[in-house]
Design a protein around this ligand. Structure first.
Ligand code: FPP
Length: 254
């Protein structure tokens, strides 16, 4: 497979700290707690996922007013296939319906949609809709919404390494040039800046294989709220709390 080197859009914070002040430019969210939210209401887990999908809309809408230019959400992990067949099929159907329903709204709201993750395992209809949403919103210049679908951080690094190795084997890349700037060009996120703030809902303090390389210098917030209860106000509070922190990227304060 031919792999054209991708342009460097950013490097990790250690070599080139991003220059922006105030709030986070890129927020990544692990939307956890849909199942528990549904169980608390004696409803099937899918009921919680549907409620969670409605929260995505509210959070995307809040981004422009909070100064958040990039939002990346973890919708389905490479490990989530281990759930029951009913839940997996229900989630896939929710994703298909969500994309179909929201596509026009994204265009209207100037939201550029991208997907990250390993696509071949997803069904053809869903993949078609993902391609369509990306193409339809390619001109949008507002919020950059990235949906991680069949995504795993280790899987992403493994796939990236495979492509990198192919380039080395074909003589397109010198092994001496493999470094912190060239490797991220092969990641799914190659056009995105690294996340500044990673939020996980539902009280679990784990990163669960999400954006492992990209979050090396991110701030983390673990909140107890279950995802279907997560609100714009809570997001605002977290954005404000982030604004008060000092990020040093390994350097000594001056
Ligand atoms: C984790 O909660 C959530 C998921 C695995 C799915 C996330 C999906 C959504 C929020 C649905 C909508 C998303 C889009 C993009 C339409 P969990 O099921 O692990 O909850 P639990 O830990 O309480 O069981």
């Amino acid at each position: 497979m031919t792999q054209t080197p991708r342009p460097i859009t950013r490097t990790t914070g250690m070599t080139a700290p991003r220059e922006f002040t105030g709030g986070p430019r890129h927020i990544a969210i692990i939307m956890d707690g849909n199942g528990r939210w549904a169980t608390q209401r004696r409803r099937p887990r899918l009921f919680g996922h549907h409620a969670g999908a409605r929260r995505v809309r509210e959070v995307v809408e809040a981004c422009p007013e909070l100064g958040v230019k990039y939002l990346t959400i973890f919708a389905f992990s490479t490990e989530n296939w281990k759930r029951t067949q009913v839940e997996v099929a229900g989630l896939m159907s929710l994703f298909r319906r969500y994309i179909m329903k929201e596509m026009q709204a994204f265009v209207k709201e100037n939201v550029r949609v991208r997907f990250i993750g390993d696509r071949p395992r997803l069904d053809a209809k869903l993949r078609g809709l993902m391609d369509e949403a990306e193409a339809l919103t390619a001109h949008c210049t507002g919020t950059n919404l990235t949906i991680a679908l069949n995504y795993g951080g280790r899987d992403e690094v493994a796939r990236a390494t495979q492509r990198l190795a192919q380039d080395v084997a074909a003589g397109r890349l010198d092994p001496a040039d493999v470094n912190e700037e060239t490797l991220p060009r092969y990641l799914d996120t190659h056009v995105l800046p690294d996340p500044d703030l990673v939020i996980r809902t539902s009280g679990e303090a784990r990163i669960s294989n999400f954006l492992l390389w990209q979050s090396a210098y991110a701030e983390y917030e673990f909140v107890d709220t279950l995802w279907p209860d997560f609100s714009k106000d809570e997001l605002r509070r977290l954005v404000e709390a982030y604004g008060g922190r000092e990020r040093r990227f390994g350097a000594v304060p001056v």
